[in-house]
Design a protein around this ligand. Structure first.
Ligand SMILES: NC(=O)c1ccc[n+]([C@@H]2O[C@H](COP(=O)([O-])OP(=O)(O)OC[C@H]3O[C@@H](n4cnc5c(N)ncnc54)[C@H](O)[C@@H]3O)[C@@H](O)[C@H]2O)c1
Length: 286
C-alpha cells in the first residue's frame, strides 16, 4: 500500500499535468453544438439546457416542424446565445453534410453533436411491414450514424477532439412489448456507440449515448394510440401502465434527460466514452 501511495505521488508530481487532473472552473466556454430533432420534446430541452450551459446551438429538425424549431431558436437567442436553424432529414447523408457545414460556417468550429432525432412505431413483430422497418432504421440508426460520421470527420479536420452523444433508449436494454423494431434500432445505436468510441479515441473524440425511459413528449401521443389499436386498452392506459413500471414513481420530463446530456457535453465527462447511460427513473430493472 505504501508503495502504491508513493508511486501515485510521484506520478502526480512528475508526469500528470495539473490541468488534466483538476476540475475546470466553469462547465464550458463559448462552444458550439448541433442538436438534431430539436424542435420539440427531448431535443428542445437539450438545446435549451446546453444554451444555458453556454453553448451556441445549431437547431436541426425537419422543415415540416419549422414553427416549433423557429421558436426554439428564438428562445435560445433570448438567453443571449447564438442559434441557427438547419433543416435536414437526418436519414439523408447529403442533408446531414449540409447541416454540419451550415453550423460550422455560421457558429464556428464544432465541439459537440447530439444525434437526438428519432421516431417510434408500435406493432407486433409478426406484423411488421417492410416500410416501417425501413423508416425506423433509416431515422433512428442511419440518422445517428450519418450525424456521427459527418461530425467526426469535422472533429478530425479541426484536430482538437469533440463529443458525440447519441439517442438510445431503455428499450435497448430490456424488451418492451409492441416495440420490437424500435428496440432493435436503439440496441444498434448502443453497439455503434461502443464501436465508434474505440475507433475515435485516438482522435480525442468521445462517443456516448443517453437511454431515456418513459419521457413525457409528443412521441407518446402516437405511441399510446398505436398500442391501443393492438391491445384494445382504453386511451392513455398503455401510457399509464408504462409509468407504473417506473421505480421512482413518476414519468420523466425532457429536462431529466437534458441534465445527463449537459454532463456528457461538458468537460466533466472527458474520461467517459463508449457508454450508454440510462435516465429512466429505475425502469430498466424494475
Ligand atoms: N420520449 C420517450 O419516452 C423516449 C424514450 C426513449 C428514447 N427516446 C428517444 O429520444 C429522442 C427524442 O424523442 P422525443 O420523445 O423528444 O420525440 P419527439 O417525437 O417529441 O421529437 C422528435 C423530434 O425529431 C424530429 N425528427 C423526426 N424525424 C426526423 C428526421 N428524419 N430528421 C430530423 N428530425 C427528425 C421530429 O420532427 C421531432 O422534432 C428520440 O430518438 C427517441 O427515440 C424517447
Amino acid at each position: 500500500m505504501a508503495f502504491f501511495h508513493s508511486k501515485l505521488r510521484s506520478a502526480t508530481a512528475s508526469s500528470a499535468p495539473c490541468l488534466l487532473r483538476g476540475f475546470s472552473t466553469s462547465k464550458i466556454v463559448s462552444k458550439s453544438v448541433i442538436v438534431t430533432g430539436a424542435g420539440q420534446g427531448i431535443g428542445k430541452a437539450i438545446a435549451l439546457r446546453l444554451a444555458r450551459d453556454g453553448f451556441d446551438i445549431c437547431v436541426n429538425d425537419l422543415e415540416a416542424n419549422s414553427t416549433r424549431a423557429n421558436s426554439v431558436v428564438e428562445e435560445i437567442q433570448s438567453l443571449g446565445r447564438k442559434a441557427i436553424l438547419a433543416y435536414a432529414d437526418v436519414s439523408k447523408l447529403p442533408q446531414v453534410e449540409a447541416m454540419v457545414k451550415a453550423s460550422v460556417d455560421r457558429l464556428g468550429p464544432l465541439d459537440v453533436i447530439v444525434a437526438n432525432a428519432g421516431i417510434s412505431k408500435a406493432h407486433l413483430g409478426i406484423d411488421v411491414q417492410t416500410s416501417d422497418l425501413q423508416r425506423l432504421f433509416e431515422v433512428n440508426f442511419y440518422g445517428v450514424l450519418y450525424s456521427d460520421q459527418v461530425a467526426a470527420r469535422q472533429f478530425i479536420k479541426q484536430g482538437s477532439g469533440g463529443k458525440i452523444i447519441n439517442a438510445a433508449s431503455v428499450v435497448g436494454f430490456r424488451p418492451f412489448p409492441m416495440l420490437p423494431i424500435y428496440g432493435a434500432t436503439k440496441a444498434a445505436v448502443r453497439s455503434l456507440t461502443q464501436s465508434l468510441a474505440m475507433e475515435l479515441a485516438k482522435d480525442k473524440v468521445t462517443v456516448n449515448a443517453y437511454a431515456p425511459g418513459a419521457i413525457d413528449t409528443p412521441i407518446w401521443d402516437k405511441g399510446d394510440e398505436e398500442m391501443r389499436a393492438i391491445n384494445g386498452l382504453p386511451k392513455g392506459q398503455n401510457f399509464k401502465d408504462t409509468v407504473n413500471a417506473i421505480a421512482l414513481g413518476r414519468i420523466g420530463v425532457p429536462e431529466d434527460v437534458a441534465k445527463l446530456v449537459s454532463f456528457l457535453a461538458s468537460a466533466d465527462s472527458d474520461y467517459v466514452t463508449g457508454q450508454t447511460m440510462l435516465v429512466d427513473g429505475g425502469m430498466a430493472f424494475s
